[in-house]
Design a protein around this ligand. Structure first.
Ligand code: ZN
Length: 533
């Protein structure tokens, strides 16, 4: 039997982001099973960065450096950074049976309306972090041949939409429990006060994370400190120095400072954006960020400085730090909403009751706010346990994490999903039928909006399935409104503009289909490099 050909679109598997870790663990796991042909469309890496690296699968680099003549085109559309500009070429070269993606819906939408869509099956795993899900996203999901949920909570939320093809098993994130493991450390060695009770949290500084509530909470605890491993300054993040003053907690909150020069790190109260490094004395110590990040080994040590871990956010699609902490045996407290409800229970942690749920305008979803005084009660409850009870809880916390969140199980779920996918119902890549374009065809502008677009998609483009994509639904919506949002204002939208957009789609489809039915060869550096690696 020939091996199924799988193209994974995501962040380059050799990077160190959350999505990149996913790519790496999934591709490695699937590769070990030795029954698939694998490739990745690697976002945020250039051809040069893939060279001189041994890859076990084909790697198609997606980005170009600012000095490259293609950079302007790359940056002209945000979706290009997610892979849109190279996706069709990579598909023509690799000819995948199945395309998979597990990023946010707006990052993979383009895969739903590619002119090559009928030649591959499409499996997605979108993070579902709150309900209701936006209509646009449900429209995108509806184009997938399979949706794998991250959590039971996501599975139940998505299963309410009867038309979606939701896989019956879940695939949560995994944790490397050989790195994130219990360690006996001396808090003072890292700059923390002796014998302090440490409430810890690890998060990117962003709106969704409830940093003000964390500060309010710690202001109400007499004999404890907050260790917040986060980022600052952030373009769209909380103003941490102001919050420290407002809640009067500057003496009770510690952050991770890491030196850009000597790379050493330590915990410290807030001492400014650029602080003097206590190891090399340069003024180059700053908050650890994605670009000045600390390695997982060190992050594991930071978790081990915590007495308890607290996840305070309005919602989470998963919330990785919870299981990194629990893998270190640290008891977890999380807001009892969305994926957090499930994760916290699965590691025998403490679900934090809500004070309220509120609709948020941007996401059109319900967001949760924790009850701070009940959080304090729960923390007291834990602190009143005997040493023996605490030790048992720590052991159970780690054991549950290893059982529930290991990559081996997750890879098996994906393998089962891939194996169950019937690829005989898709069109063969060698299908000789060729799209010849739609020149010299007169459009009937007297038709109503729906019929106008439907006629173009079905009769001219020969793509009836396009009608159910978000791209076309958005077009119909704009035609009905007579306007479309561009930047921060509305501009007129007419049938003429819709026809122009679809004309460009037609030209692209004609070009793509010409390559597919003739040589199939594309002379681009990223294609050549992928085939040499
Ligand atoms: Zn230094």
């Amino acid at each position: 039997m020939t091996k199924k050909r799988i193209l994974l679109c995501g962040e380059y598997s050799s990077l160190n982001s959350g999505y990149a870790n996913w790519s790496r663990n999934l591709l490695n796991g699937l590769n070990d099973l030795n029954k698939y042909e694998l490739a990745e469309l690697a976002c945020f890496c250039t051809v040069n960065e893939t060279k001189n690296k041994k890859h076990k699968w084909k790697v198609y680099a997606n980005s170009v450096s600012p000095s490259d003549e293609r950079y302007k085109n790359y940056k002209s559309n945000n979706n290009n950074t997610y892979g849109q500009w190279r996706f069709d070429a990579v598909c023509l070269d690799f000819k995948p049976d199945i395309v998979i993606d597990f990023r946010d819906p707006w990052m993979f939408d383009y895969q739903s309306f590619s002119p090559l869509r009928k030649y591959y099956k499409w499996i997605i795993m979108p993070p579902v972090d709150s309900v209701p899900q936006r209509n646009e996203w449900i429209t995108i999901f509806n184009n997938a041949d399979m949706i794998i949920p991250y959590t039971e909570w996501a599975k139940n939320s998505l299963s309410k939409y009867k038309h979606l093809k939701v896989f019956d098993k879940i695939s949560p994130a995994g944790v490397d429990y050989n790195i994130f493991k219990p360690q006996k450390l001396n808090k003072t060695d890292f700059g923390l006060p002796k014998d302090s009770f440490v409430i810890g949290s690890v998060m990117r500084n962003q709106k969704r994370k409830l940093i003000p509530a964390l500060f309010e909470l710690i202001s109400k605890i007499d004999n404890g400190i907050l260790y917040l491993h986060t980022t600052y300054p952030e373009l769209h993040g909380w103003d941490i120095p102001s919050l420290l003053l407002e809640f009067n907690v500057a003496n009770k909150v510690y952050f991770t400072y890491r030196c850009r020069i000597c790379k050493e790190y330590h915990a410290s109260k807030y001492i400014g954006v650029n602080a003097s490094c206590k190891f090399c004395n340069n003024p180059t110590s700053m908050f650890a960020t994605t670009s000045n990040g600390i390695a997982d080994d060190d992050l594991s040590k930071i978790y081990n400085l915590f007495d308890v871990y607290l996840q305070y956010a309005v919602c989470e699609g998963f919330g990785m730090p919870q299981i990194e902490a629990s893998s270190c045996g640290i008891p977890v407290f999380s807001v009892d909403y969305s994926a957090m409800s499930e994760v916290v229970r699965s590691v025998d942690g403490y679900p934090v009751p809500l004070s309220n749920l509120q609709y948020e305008m941007e996401s059109h979803a319900e967001r949760a706010y924790p009850d701070i005084s009940k959080t304090l009660d729960l923390i007291d409850q834990y602190r009143n346990l005997s040493d023996n009870e605490k030790e048992n809880l720590k052991l159970k916390t780690r054991e549950n994490t290893i059982n529930n969140y290991n990559w081996k199980n997750i890879v098996n779920v994906w393998s089962e999903a891939i194996d169950s996918m019937d690829i005989s119902t898709k069109v063969n890549w060698n299908d000789p039928n060729k799209y010849e374009g739609s020149e010299n065809i007169k459009l009937d502008y007297t038709l109503n909006n729906f019929d106008f677009v439907n006629t173009i998609c079905c009769d001219l483009l020969n793509e009836p399935n396009l009608m159910k994509t978000q791209m076309i639904q958005h077009m119909l919506h704009s035609l009905d409104h007579g306007a479309v949002k561009e930047g921060s204002s509305f501009v007129p939208y007419s049938k003429k503009r819709a026809a122009d957009n679809l004309e460009r789609y037609s030209q692209h489809k004609e070009m793509v289909d010409h390559i597919r039915t003739t040589t199939g060869k594309i002379n681009e550096d990223y294609i050549i490099a992928a085939n040499e690696s």
